[in-house]
Design a protein around this ligand. Sequence first.
Ligand code: SF4
Length: 278
Amino acid sequence: MFEDNEEKEGRIQLYSRGNKTMSMIQPNEKIETVCRNCVFVAYEDMDDPQLQTGCQAGMIDIYRKQGATFKEYVDSYEKKFYGIVDRICPYWRTKEWAEKQPENEDLLLIARDEMTLRMEVVIYIPPSREVPFVDIGITVDSLARGKIKPTKLIFCDHHNIQPARFRKWITGRCAKMGWRAEHIRESDADFLRCLDLCMKRARERYVGVFTAGFYVPEDYISSLDVALHDRFERFIYLEPVDELNNGMTVQNVLHQFNRGNRESPLIEKLRQKTLEQS
Ligand code: SF4
């Protein structure tokens, strides 16, 4: 049954996420995506053209398969539509958004393009006798060849390279990727402490980690993008592929929320919380 949405209308809020806007109801602080004003909502029932039958982006079917909880609403115009509990539908777009797009373009493709995963990548430069510029170059160049490039490279300099020398070397090498360098001055810092220092100013949703010298596969970010935005899988942490922590990928907000690797490694805190919740 579709429930009366009259009262709840006051609680529909516009919620900004970067340059995109999501409409949601937040009863009891719960996230809920409401399909009513989405440009991709489908009303295709011949007998009842006010009844939401699905979604042009296929998201209703995906959420059903994932076992999401749906609410059914009816507004004062007798429109019947869904609310998807605990989900922020990444395809949610308004009519105003659609009107700003070029004519005759596929809106679903534009929306998908806007969702492309933005990631920062930490390149850890370990202590060593020689400055490992060759190794740093291997990792930077491999990331620059990626189908999706990191928005920013964060050089985690544990080698103590002179900042001016590093700046001179790196200038012009980061091809369309932003960069910044953190020169670690704590003599007793271990890898996890260095990582915490470097992630303090990270801004993107996910941060990947590689040690200088690792050749990053060109589909590293694009395969995560497909997993997140085409298969709608969810993850908070990816384990590294080797003992040099290559490929470790962390959800930034969880890293910040759990105080990074302070007190104990983040992965142990996450495992503990998972056990407590199961
Ligand atoms: S794209 Fe998302 S918000 Fe829009 S109709 Fe489909 S499920 Fe609802």
